[in-house]
Design a protein around this ligand. Structure first.
Ligand code: ATP
Length: 350
């Protein structure tokens, strides 16, 4: 378990992390989301004892990182997959890590097997693809068989096969009871990977909740309904006090209505009482992307002019956390956002 309490980091005038309090539970994959410059990497570095908090602190299984006698046995991290000497083989790199951390040599072959690199373990790491380098980084993080694992943008630049592998591997680590904390800009991927979320903006907590609750709170409840008499259906919804919008036919389905702020029960009963035949009645969930943009709306700069990405004023809060974090007077804003989810990927593509 990771527990951050009032975690704060200031770099000169920039308040990179501002009084962050959150918990990352064992046995779950927890996504760490925030616009560019929100403070994710700084937070991860503080968890790993690589940066000193200005105030507050963070504990790993109840202990500060600096108090862990053998840190690699408690926490493993993948921060930069290319952090390997290019002329070293994967096996030599892991052996060096194992020796310098007093870990048994036999663990090297175990972790190579776990990440599927056994057959290429003697090849130069400099010649590895990004996907292989990520696997090697994960092997290094696993060397001490730690209960807590941190991943900073692990799927950046990976092909679909590599992304799927990482997703399944993280689920496996969580199923083994480990704490898995992963930052990513790939929101659709996070929706599939993370069971819980910690969402930050300008260094402050926006939400800590399950992924499902985060999406539901942002998107509200809406119902897609379709039948042979769409006009009548719209009238019946209106007479029941429900607002319905038309959605045109697409490759995915025929024209339908989307009824806002309603449940399938309410829509079905209204239609049934009016004697209307229905061909489709389904609750609609928003995407993590929509929820993220809505929840971080106050923290970002939009440059695309796409109205679909416009920030929503007065976005609801999740789990009691504030939304639309205001900047502190006299502080430089620590957040940048280039608008589209694709552009949200780190410009430096670590
Ligand atoms: N060593 C440093 N010195 C000064 N400012 C820093 C330093 N490290 C980070 N910052 C600033 O702190 C803020 C948070 O940066 P951080 O890298 O933690 O954000 P992030 O959420 O990881 O962003 P990204 O997703 O773009 O990597 C930014 O404004 C950044 O410029």
């Amino acid at each position: 378990m990771i527990e951050a309490n009032g975690l704060t980091k200031r770099y000169g005038r920039t308040l990179a992390v501002n009084d962050l309090t959150f918990t990352v539970q064992a046995g779950r994959v927890t996504g760490f989301l925030g616009p560019n410059g929100a403070g994710k990497s700084t937070t991860m570095r503080m968890i790993l004892g690589l940066d000193r908090p200005t105030a507050g602190g963070v504990r790993i299984d109840g202990k500060r990182y600096t108090d862990l006698k053998e840190p690699l046995r408690h926490v493993g991290a993948l921060l930069d997959a290319k952090w390997v000497h290019p002329n070293r083989s994967a096996r030599a790199h892991l052996r060096w890590l194992a020796v310098s951390n007093k870990l048994p040599d036999k663990r090297v072959d175990e972790v190579l097997g776990l990440v599927g690199l056994t057959d290429v373990a003697n090849r130069r790491a400099g010649g590895y693809s990004l996907g292989m380098s990520q696997r090697l980084g994960i092997a290094g993080a696993l060397l001490g068989d730690p209960g807590v694992m941190l991943f900073d943008e692990p799927v950046n630049g990976l092909d679909p096969e590599g992304i799927l592998w990482i997703r399944q591997f993280m689920h496996r680590l969580a199923d083994e009871g480990r704490t898995v904390f992963v930052s990513s800009h790939l929101l659709s991927e996070m929706a599939l990977t993370a069971q819980d979320l910690v969402v930050i903006g300008r260094g402050r907590l926006i939400a800590q909740t399950s992924t499902r609750a985060f999406i539901d709170a942002a998107s509200g409840s809406s119902v897609r309904v379709r039948g042979p008499e769409l006009d009548r259906l719209r009238e019946v919804m209106a007479s029941g006090g429900l607002k319905a919008d038309d959605t045109p036919a697409t490759a995915e389905g025929p024209a339908a209505l989307v009824v806002h702020g309603a449940t399938t029960d309410a829509v079905g009963e209204l239609a049934g009482r009016a004697g209307l035949v229905l061909h489709e009645l389904a609750a609609q969930r928003g995407s993590l992307e929509q929820a993220f943009i809505q929840m971080t709306g106050g923290d970002v700069e939009y440059r695309t002019g796409d109205p679909a990405l416009a920030p929503v004023a007065g976005a609801p809060s999740v789990a009691g956390a504030p939304v639309g974090v205001p900047g502190q007077p006299g502080e430089a804003p620590a957040s940048q956002w280039t608008g589209t989810p694709a552009a949200a990927r780190k410009a430096d593509a670590r």
